[in-house]
Design a binder for this molecule. Sequence first.
Ligand code: SF4
Ligand code: SF4
Length: 583
Amino acid sequence: MKEILSGNEAIARGAFEAGVKVASAYPGTPSTEILENIIQYKDIDASWAPNEKVALEVGIGASFGGGRALVTMKHVGVNVAADPLFTLSYTGVNGGLVLVSADDPEMHSSQNEQDNRNYAKFAKVPMLESADSQECKDFTKLAFAISEQFDTPVMLRTTTRTSHGKSIVTLEEPVAGLPVPKLTRNAAKFVMLPSNARVRHPFIEERTLKLQQYANTLTINRMELRDRSIGVITSGIPYQYVREVLPEASVLKLGMVYPLPDKLIREFAGKVEKLYIVEELDPFIEEQVKAMGVEVIGKEIIPICGELTPGILRKAFKLPEPARSRVDILPGRPPNMCPGCPHRGIFYTLNQLKAYVMGDIGCYTLGFLPPLSAMDTCVCMGAGIGNAIGITKVLSTEEQKKVVAVIGDSTFLHSGITGLLDMVYNNVPATVIILDNRITAMTGRQENPASGFTLVGDETFKVDLPQLVRSLGVKNVRIVDPLNIDETKQVLQEEMERPEPSVVITRRPCVLIKREGVYENGAGVKVDIELCAGCKACLKLGCPAIIWQADGKKGKAFIDPQLCTGCNVCEQVCKLNAIEAKK
Ligand code: SF4
Ligand code: SF4
């Protein structure tokens, strides 16, 4: 049977066909839909973990017990999971373990565009890279086979285009005859204290050499010989662009990008006149091929930053541009918080207070954009609190009062707790604002330990954030409704003045959580045109439902009833009472 699947759907299907027992992940674009699709396969125990490190540790446990385990994350998530990953490379596996790294060249929704092929080399684990949905499924299954054959975790790399692009996939039955998981004691392999780890290191080096031999024989590394004047080594989605832009060129298409098939590369190089390497981001293949003494052209013509496109390749190979597509002429649309977003009120207030806001990763990072313009730093998941501690240590007492850290509920549970522990432990007088919108909103409303529901929708224990924060030693904990501007402002002022650690929890569910029923179409507010003086105060909220209509010199505000959720923040901001709730 054939189906049209996205790469993420195909990986979920591949896990099912591979007989995976346990799947764990923290949501992160572009990987999120793998777990969301895997839940249709009831034999797989799938769950959201509070962060990527825990997700990998769950997978490791399942593997040690003899079950196959899939762990998925976006590229920056691998940074969080790197600690167990590097030691997992040493312990190896029992049941196969596959770690999907969904990379995001061009940073469509990420804070950097790291190339996680480097992780495979650094951690000394094999990496496969798929170029379409069929390969996403097939490579997932192959990765489990390699994992068990070579006693190693295997990384499967996708990029945004392979994760979200759709193509035809042939479905198969799940594999049969996998061993039944059971407790297996093997301390020499699974207890990585130095004396055992020293024994495992030579095994890892030997394993890499064996994998390199294997890569030379692997059919997913294939030569496509056509015109011999140009040869291109490529992998992943750039393979599709090479086929489109240079259809006559000979291609060495790599399905395994680490370790590289050295003999195959030399053989291919000997068959073509001029050899190019087309790869996104780092010169990962290029450097290794050059180190083999093979002459290639790579980053001399292929950009090192951002996603490749057929257009970029055409330019690199000095080929004529085709006629402009309609896509090129669409106007840009900056991202924005949703109408009625509970974060709008808090960032509006922080802007009014001229706070120095040490931000974090979540949809609230959009608080950086004008007109809210209320975020001053943003580094990585959970970093905002540590950053606030650090800057407080170097500022004067007066300037310290301006500093706040903002962090979402999910991000706080992901990696904010330890930062807050540090703040209390070292008695740093900073204020942390936990933006509790009851969900992991940025990646599409996934559940988390504070939402009260599991990945499959079962009700579960709901973390009590104020209680958790108090148990970490925070004496000053305040809870506010961020849609109440005056109250929020007053509480923030008091806590920012306080020469002690404090936490403000802004509690209001994301407007898009259906079960909370906060969005009611048509239940909005309207502008009384007679009263509106065109002062533009309401525009400072940046709500997409508020439209400006030029009228002579000034203009007036209008509210789109289709978009307005009736959060009433603009009503509080309008000093002329021109905005009122609909009757
Ligand atoms: S804040 Fe009130 S008076 Fe000012 S533009 Fe908006 S609706 Fe009009
Ligand atoms: S009430 Fe005002 S701020 Fe809230 S969604 Fe409607 S227009 Fe936007």
